[in-house]
Design a protein around this ligand. Structure first.
Ligand code: UDP
Ligand code: MG
Length: 319
């Protein structure tokens, strides 16, 4: 029987304080698995703290460690995409490199895959040490996304998951630049198993998801998976126009029948302001989609690799 190969991919952005511990933890769990070969793909997402140098040292000692060093910081989702492009295993697992995703859970994911699941997603039920704001904003995001999109994201199912070869091959062939991977994975379907887990606290360093990056990820997700904001514009527009005509009838009634029309500057100004406000909001929404179309048609590569170690260049199918 041929041994199955598992690829573990992980993006690293300024993770010099933890990356070695992460590698050791993952390596020891994978090496203990009978009948499974492995490769570990670490993508350096433009770190400035010497993470790339540590990856070079680790890769020099272990040929099964592939290091892909990007030319600058492209963001978590793009770094993961680069990792997927370099994958060649029978199945792949994506996980964070800050030890928040426990390496001891890897055998459980692999076991579910061996039972026949194509997608095994770890669902975070709790994150140790997570602040009130992070918990609330994350829950609000899932509620908003599911209300606006036809793709349903299970609450807490982030990017800690296993994908079988047929699934990640589909993912590799998706040409879009605006990549919200957990949404794309839900969209792909296949048979999926959700496993609850408690995420550990970050072992060292700080979260690389600044407020701006979190908002960008959320807007990326919503604007790539939902056109409801645009259709809402039509509904609100119709409602306001109907209200405007209703008000006009009321004014005509006051003028011709009751003949007691008082000039109402205040209401006029209010109406103007509200309507102009709505118009600007919806023009802004349309702008968001137009900007996304612009990004897609430019056809630039999704990421740029500066250096790759222990691996050949990946061939990404561009649109
Ligand atoms: N990360 C990355 N590029 C970025 C931001 C984050 O590759 O621009 C990586 C980071 O090194 C980590 C993972 O993505 O392995 C998740 O980031 P982080 O732990 O900072 O996010 P949090 O867990 O706080 O949501
Ligand atoms: Mg983290």
């Amino acid at each position: 029987m041929t041994r199955k190969q598992i690829s573990v991919i992980s993006p690293c952005y300024n993770e010099a304080a933890v990356i070695k511990d992460f590698y050791v933890a993952v390596k020891s769990v994978l090496s203990a698995l009978p009948d499974i070969e492995h490769e570990i793909i670490l993508v350096d997402d433009g770190s400035q703290d010497g993470t790339a140098e540590i990856l070079r040292q680790l890769a020099a000692q272990d040929p099964s460690l592939k290091a892909v060093i990007l030319s600058r910081n492209f963001g978590h989702q793009i770094a993961l995409t680069a990792g997927v492009d370099y994958t060649s295993g029978d199945a792949m697992i994506m996980m964070d490199s800050d030890l928040q995703h426990p390496a001891q859970l890897l055998p459980m994911l692999i076991e579910e895959w061996q039972k026949g699941c194509d997608v095994v997603s770890m669902v975070r039920v709790e994150t140790q040490g997570a602040g009130f704001f992070k918990r609330c904003s994350s829950q609000l995001f899932y509620v908003l996304f599911n209300a606006l999109s036809r793709t349903t994201l299970p609450m807490g199912a982030a990017d800690f998951c296993l994908l079988s070869r047929p699934v990640y091959t589909q993912l590799k062939n998706m040409p879009e630049r605006h990549r919200f991977l957990r949404g794309l994975i839900c969209w792909l379907g296949f048979n999926r198993k959700l496993i609850p887990y408690t995420a550990d606290a970050r072992k060292a360093g700080v979260s690389k998801y600044s407020m701006t990056k979190m908002v960008r990820l959320a807007s990326e997700a919503i604007f790539s998976f939902s056109s409801k904001p645009l259709t809402t514009a039509i509904r609100v527009g119709l409602l306001l126009t109907a209200a405007g005509f209703g008000y006009l009838l009321y004014i005509l009634y006051g003028f011709f029948i009751k003949e007691n029309l008082v000039p109402g500057w205040a209401s006029l100004i209010c109406t103007l302001l509200i309507l102009n406000g709505f118009q600007l909001i919806f023009i802004g929404l349309i702008g968001e989609y137009v900007a996304k179309i612009f990004e897609e048609v430019k056809g630039r590569p999704i990421y740029v690799v500066k250096e790759h170690i222990n691996t050949e260049p990946a061939d990404r199918k561009e649109a």
